[in-house]
Write a protein that binds this ligand. Structure first.
Ligand SMILES: *Cc1c(COP(=O)(O)O)cnc(C)c1O
Length: 394
């Protein structure tokens, strides 16, 4: 047997025995919150489509209209001939939405973070990164050739002592605004104050804040009224906006530097002009959906009240649409997820390496498209499933 085959088979066997094997479920969407899986209709608490926009009739129409008017493909990279008028218009609107002087639309959030880390820091500089930051930040930082200092999760004092002792060329602090697996929110005000005190650029990844947080869903920074030319804001468009894509909004000097030098941007075909057209509609829908944001908040409160029945497991007290129920053991987490699935409820089991060892969890995500009945069903079914799982153990 070839060396690579032996090695890959051994790895796969080890993942399987550790309960870490991943499976993709094939889904056929039925509505924003229900999908058909293996011929069965199930209610999903599993997507980041927080406002249910992925199937919004106006957005579907906007994408079709964009395709008719502008075509489906951009034809080239932005710097060659693929920067369409509708991309330009979208970037103006994104800058306005984010309250920043300029914006750059990108393929997706992963690419945006790699572009940011590799273009805003390099050899001789230091990137200070929260230990629970998204994988795309970690990968971008590794690629950047800057020194990387990982600070303890949301630890402002820990970060300050690292900044104080740093002799870096320049400094860049980067954080998720809302952490994707815990749902907790970074201390953005305190982090910004540190960045200003220690002359650092401050990159904020708001993948899970945009759309659900702040006035008109404009995100985590505007929720706190934070403004500074040292802030670089990254928002994604595949979550609340219901589409795909991302953008960076910042000072003009930053955006211009990215256009000149960000390799993932320069060397990629521009995203579909139809998608850019639809994104304009998505921004409008986000801004006007106060009712959707209020529903998410009400569902979240309901879950937190119900969670006393889910002991010994602990619902992380999150103010966001992300409500993780910490189980701990990998296999137990999968068993509870399977039992829920048998009842027609889909809550994904999140395991290492996505989360630290011993903190496997059910990642419940709420959507404005859920109904009161969906939330009731989730709460009661979870109580039953957990009661019978813990009775089995006893
Ligand atoms: C989803 C996510 C990304 C990646 O965004 P995509 O558009 O899906 O590539 C980046 N950062 C965070 C915090 C995310 O949750």
């Amino acid at each position: 047997m070839s060396t690579w085959r032996k090695r890959f088979l051994a790895d796969a066997a080890q993942w399987r025995s550790a309960g870490l094997e991943r499976k993709r479920r094939v889904v056929r969407p039925v509505s924003a919150t229900t999908v058909e899986v293996d011929g069965k209709i199930i209610t999903a608490f599993a997507s980041n489509d927080y406002l249910g926009l992925s199937r919004h009739p106006r957005l579907i129409e906007a994408l079709a209209e964009g395709a008719r008017r502008f075509g489906v493909g951009a034809g080239a990279s932005h710097l060659v001939s693929g920067h369409h008028a509708v991309h330009e218009e979208l970037e103006h609107e994104l800058a306005r939405f984010a309250g920043k002087p300029a914006a750059l639309a990108c393929m997706n959030g992963y690419v945006a973070n790699v572009a940011l880390m590799t273009t805003l820091a390099g050899a001789g500089d230091t990137i200070f990164s929260d230990e629970l930051n998204h994988a795309s930040i970690v990968d971008g930082a590794r690629l950047s050739r800057a020194a990387v200092k990982v600070y303890p999760h949301v630890d402002v004092d820990g970060l300050e002592s690292q900044l104080k002792s740093s002799g870096a060329g320049h400094k860049l602090v980067v954080t998720d605004a809302v952490f994707s697996m815990d749902g907790d929110v970074a201390p953005l005000r305190e982090l910004l104050a540190l960045c200003e005190r220690y002359d650092a650029l401050f990159v904020v990844d708001d993948a899970h804040g945009l759309g659900v947080w702040g006035p008109e869903g404009r995100g985590s920074l505007q929720a706190l009224g934070l403004q500074s030319s040292s802030i670089v804001y990254m928002g994604t468009l595949g979550k609340s906006a219901g589409l795909s894509g991302a953008f960076i909004a910042a000072d003009r000097l930053i955006i211009e530097r990215l256009i000149q030098r960000a390799r993932p941007y320069v060397f990629s075909t521009a995203s579909s002009p139809a998608l850019a057209h639809a994104t304009l509609t998505a921004l409008e829908l986000i801004r006007s959906d106060e009712a959707g944001r209020a529903r998410i908040a009400a569902y979240r409160d309901r879950l937190q009240r119900a969670s006393s029945e889910w002991r010994p497991y602990r619902l992380l007290s999150s103010a966001t649409a992300i409500q993780p129920l910490i189980i701990g053991d990998n296999t137990a987490t999968v068993e509870i997820a399977e039992a829920l699935l048998a009842e027609g409820l889909w809550v994904p089991a999140i395991r290492p390496p996505t989360v630290p060892e011993g903190t496997s969890r059910l990642r419940i995500t709420l959507s404005a498209a859920h109904s009161d009945a969906d939330i009731d069903r989730l709460c009661t079914t979870l109580s039953h499933v957990i009661a019978s799982a813990t009775a089995d153990q006893a």
